[in-house]
Design a protein around this ligand. Sequence first.
Ligand code: ADP
Length: 386
Amino acid sequence: MTFEQRAELRRNFTASLPLWRHPLIGYLLSILLVSLLGWGQQALDGWIGGGGIYFAGSLLLLPVLFIATFWGTMPSLFTVLLGALYIDYFFIGYNQSISWQHWEDGLRILPFFISGITIAIITSQRERARWQTLIAEQELKEYAAELEVSNQKLEDANQTKDRFLSIASHELKTPITTIRGQAQLALRRLAKQDGEMNVSDMHTALERINEQTMRLTTLIEELLDVSSLRTGKMALNKSKLNINELCQQVVDDQNLLTGRHIELKLSPKEVMVSVDRDRIEQVLINLVGNAVKYSPEGSVVQVCVERKWRKALIHVRDHGKGIAPDQLEKVFDTFYRTPDAEASTKKGLGLGLSISKEIIERHEGRIWCESQPGQGSEFFVELPLK
Ligand code: ADP
């Protein structure tokens, strides 16, 4: 526990005491009690006959005990001091004045003084023990809170793992079922035609098998990426490159692959960054791929590269359904898919954007999304310039 935390604890503890237990009340009351019981002691001495005082001011120990019990060490020490002065002045002092000239006088006060100090020491030890209990209690509370947080984290991780297993097994099963079905169909056809092959049927079957194998490969690659990012095993192999060139290449490839019209606006100046080329390419493919996947067939997808201050800024815009404001952050969570995407026929695991986010953040960059529902979405990637 730090010094500030202890001070805070002490403040809280003092504030939690009732007003009558404030130390100031203890000091004031000790003056009153010492006078009262001192006077009582004088009256008692007079009544007994005065001569044989063996323990001067013994009654004055009562205020010390009382003050120590309720107000603690310092006020009780103050009471001992007051008591000693009182005894010296009224019982021992010559000419009713405070005097410590004779050693016998000191000796007569000694029993009261030692008893008073003993009471104060016992009180301070009791206070210390209570204080230590309080600190231990506080530490225990903090530890319990920490434990609850890590418990929650473990529970979240467990839920993600369960979700991962159910999604992964479902997503793996679908393509495998198709591959098996197509292969069995082709085999049956081959058998029926006594070894003669209908090329068109065979072509369709192989095409379906190829498609599903590609889907499986993407899936397995994404799962491996998540696992290596989670365990910190994904090493970045950075090199200097012009982001204009990388975007040009990604857009050309995606134009060919998807057959969609993807517009590209490059920065007039070269935009040099130091990045892991394959990983940034993976992010760009994911963003352009999503823009194509989640927007209508005939609509245009735009990619733009800019230099802004000391940053490279890439945006990918589509004219699809867009994303609701409360889902803009969530789309970067592992396994998250918007209700729209879940309800559609578009396949996906909800891993691409979370992988992209991790990759961009490991490059000290930023990735975010802006969207007007019904008017499409725009994804931004910002990377530091070299
Ligand atoms: P998925 O494999 O499901 O596409 P991603 O991680 O790439 O996984 O995306 C997560 C979710 O974000 C998608 O399921 C979809 O709901 C939403 N999303 C991503 N890009 C777009 C986009 N351009 N337009 C609308 N929704 C999008």
